[in-house]
Design a protein around this ligand. Structure first.
Ligand code: ASN
Ligand code: ZN
Length: 333
């Protein structure tokens, strides 16, 4: 009897009906993605330690869109890891978090009504709570891309998770989480510059973070200032998230993929944007070749200008827009 790599069908709570990489065994099917380094997705069954139980099923059809079906969060987490793997491989030529073809793994159903998700270097894994009333799991696509990207940052620049480098670490995860969401091109989870908008984490339909104008969350900084590094890293990420939005789309009012934005600049001077695909290339090259564990906002400016010089030429229009976009968020001159 055949055993090996399969493509199953799942119904997630956030991603709708999706195809996912699975494996056929002698006993049935498992959430093991044989074509992406063997990424496995587990059910922690509300525990907060251990690896949990690998999702297993008699058929290759998974979840039903509701978190009362334990497989549903597994489908969204597994799909998120799959799309993130494909994004880094197909857009940046990076095979796996470390570039060595080895997969991480995902743990779902962590704790009881736990409203967070996290990456952990020590297990090389990402973990998702079930959210409010165990009904809003933290397994949305941009959040999965965010968590897995913490692994990439760890394996590359290694940005320290405090002070300005911590904000840049967080922003890197928001930038690539958003990039994954656009990349997947899934109508159930359309790409946008909001973070966690599908989870309803505030209970009023607002997202966790806004890249076009980070201060809309009530806590994040829109612009760099001396002392921004004293904010929580999820708020000192604001200026870098804002930089990425502006570099992608330019300032002012704009609707992208059905989502409307209005992004300001510090001095009120408009910036044009270079397109999201170019902005992603600049940030990825800066992260993987020029940033280090202690890179601050001034260092990130230098790193992205080095990346832009490599990619587009020093003094090119694109290079100059990168410089002007840093000025638009208060970095450099
Ligand atoms: N969800 C959070 C994050 O990935 C967890 C944390 O605060 N580290 O940033
Ligand atoms: Zn994070």
């Amino acid at each position: 009897q055949y055993q090996g790599i399969e493509t199953g069908t799942g119904t997630g709570q956030y991603n709708g009906k999706v195809t996912i990489g699975t494996t056929k065994t002698s006993k049935g099917y498992t959430l093991t993605d044989g074509s992406r380094g063997g990424h496995k997705t587990y059910d922690l069954k509300q525990r907060t330690s251990g690896t949990g139980t690998l999702f297993t099923n008699s058929t290759d059809t998974w979840g039903n869109g509701s978190n009362s079906n334990r497989q549903t969060a597994g489908v969204d987490a597994h799909y998120g890891a799959q799309e993130t793997w494909d994004y880094y491989k197909n857009v940046h030529g990076r095979t796996g978090i470390r570039g060595d073809g080895v997969a991480a793994y995902s743990r779902t159903h962590y704790g009881n009504s736990y409203v967070n998700a996290f990456w952990d270097d020590s297990c090389f894994c990402m973990t998702y709570g079930d959210g409010a009333n165990n009904a809003q799991p933290l397994t949305a696509l941009d959040v999965a891309g965010h968590e897995m990207s913490h692994g990439v940052t760890s394996a590359t620049a290694g940005l320290d998770y405090s002070d300005e480098s911590g904000g840049l670490n967080e922003a890197t995860s928001d930038i690539f989480g958003t990039s994954v969401e656009f990349y997947a091109n899934n109508p159930a989870a359309p790409g946008n510059y909001l973070i966690g908008e599908q989870i309803n984490i505030n209970g009023d339909g607002t997202p966790l973070r806004y890249m076009d104008k980070p201060s809309k969350d009530g806590s994040s900084a829109d612009y760099w200032y001396s002392g921004v590094g004293n904010l929580d890293v999820h708020y000192s990420s604001g200026p870098a998230n804002h930089f990425f939005y502006l570099l992608s789309e330019g300032s002012g009012a704009k609707t992208v993929n059905g989502f409307s934005y209005d992004s300001p600049t510090k001095d009120g001077k408009p910036v044009p944007g270079i397109g999201r695909a170019n902005a992603e290339k600049v940030w990825y090259k800066a992260l993987t070749q020029y940033m280090t564990s202690t890179t601050d906002y001034a260092g990130a400016r230098t790193a992205t200008l080095q990346a832009a010089a490599d990619l587009f030429g020093q003094g090119s229009a694109t290079y100059n827009t990168v410089a002007n976009t840093w000025a638009a968020i208060g970095v450099g001159s």
